[in-house]
Ligand binder design. Structure first.
Ligand code: NDP
Ligand code: DGY
Length: 346
């Protein structure tokens, strides 16, 4: 991997310098290279930019297009210097951005002090894809699909057996959603037609739109003790960090299935391992872990009742293309001082 000027035809000096921390969908690169706004330097790889190269690549940049795997903190802002005007992340989650540090930076543009660094992100456009994947993960975990596939391949399938590979069904169940935001309600909307009996949710505030899924706003403890399926779709914040710990799992039913497609750090993984291993809960499906990738010798990967996916919630061809385009539009609009399609207010 190396740095690559993306559009070598453009004249250096007149353009705003932009650093892109990874290969992104062409839909995004086309927007960055059109219109004579940006001189793009790309970390030309599908793998993350090493920290030292991020610090080097961002030097003097007016714009930074980053991913959720890039930690954008005081060190990166310092390395970028006073030019930095826009940070655009190709993600809906923004827990990798040190917003308090970003807020502190004021930028000097000519002789005018601007109001600070603007931040763009990509919510909404990935809601359907992520909700769909979360439902797939829930069903795969509850109905033990990976175990079944394995048995077909390894010869363990000897006959149709009344007591073999039984799991848990959604019909007549109670589902609890922690964080009924854009993705949380989209998950609920998809689960209800499976015959879910009650839809509970918890969070900081009740939502008027929860009526659409007959959602009942309940205290977290009620959700934990009454749900057959628990889906975590909240954002990662200091309050939700390791929200799912020993005490959390101890309040769940022994037959309950836990699914997380938000961020790995919402879960204390040692406590989850214990809860799965000692039968405190039935099974877990995780699209997100700490760290990512999860080391292949991680204890969670030894458990049959834990299904781990490599953070693919938004991974459809069209969604990633749209995310790429939106992140580029956010960046260009921010550089031009116009309205960003999705600007984060913080
Ligand atoms: P939203 O902002 O719409 O929803 C976030 C929800 O988190 C809100 O409903 C909020 O509820 C809730 N929340 C915040 N604090 C707490 C808390 N202390 N306890 C319980 N709930 C809380 O975001 P999205 O739905 O668009 O995305 C949610 C998250 O999903 C993202 O932040 C990202 O981390 C993750 N994500 C994962 C993907 C994947 O590939 N697996 C893809 C896309 C996103 P309230 O308003 O009541 O505070
Ligand atoms: C996000 O956007 O926050 C996801 O985790 C990846 O699409």
């Amino acid at each position: 991997a190396s740095f690559r000027p993306f559009n070598e035809m453009q004249t250096v000096g007149k353009l705003m310098k932009v650093f892109v921390t990874r290969r992104i969908p062409q839909e995004g690169m086309k927007i960055l290279s059109a219109g004579g706004v940006c001189e793009v330097s790309l970390w030309d790889s599908d793998e993350p930019v090493p920290r030292a190269d991020l610090l080097k690549g961002v030097q003097g940049a007016h714009g930074l297009l980053c991913l959720l795997s890039d930690r954008i903190d005081a060190e990166v802002l310092g390395a970028a210097g006073p030019n930095l005007k826009v940070i655009s992340t190709l993600s809906a989650g923004f827990d990798h951005l040190a917003l308090d540090e970003i807020k502190k930076r004021y930028i000097l543009l000519g002789s005018i002090f601007d109001s600070g660094i603007r931040v763009g992100y990509t919510p909404d456009v990935l809601t359907d894809a992520t909700a769909e994947l979360t439902v797939a993960l829930l069903l795969a975990t509850a109905r033990r699909l990976p175990e079944g596939l394995e048995e077909v391949k390894n010869g363990g399938w000897s006959s149709w057996k009344p007591l073999w590979l039984c799991g848990y069904g959604l019909s007549g169940s109670t589902v609890g959603v922690i964080g009924l935001g854009r993705i949380g309600v989209a998950i609920a909307r998809r689960l209800m037609p499976f015959g879910v009996n009650r839809l509970l949710y918890s969070g900081r505030t009740a939502k008027a739109y929860a009526a659409e899924v007959n959602g009942e706003f309940v205290p977290l403890d009620t959700l934990l003790s009454e749900s057959d399926f628990i889906v975590v779709s909240c954002s990662l914040t200091p309050e939700t960090q390791e929200l799912c710990d020993k005490a959390f799992f101890s309040k769940m039913k022994n037959t309950a299935v836990f699914v997380n497609s938000s961020r790995g750090a919402v879960v204390n993984q040692e406590d989850l391992y214990e809860a799965l291993n000692n039968g405190q809960i039935a099974a877990a499906g995780l699209d997100v872990t700490t760290p990512e990738p999860l080391p292949i010798n991680h204890p969670l990967l030894t458990l049959k009742n834990c299904v781990v996916l490599p953070h693919i919630g938004s991974a459809t061809h069209s969604t990633r293309g749209i995310m790429g385009a939106l992140s580029a539009q956010n960046l260009v609009a921010g550089l031009q001082g116009t309205d960003m399609p999705n600007e984060l207010t913080f």
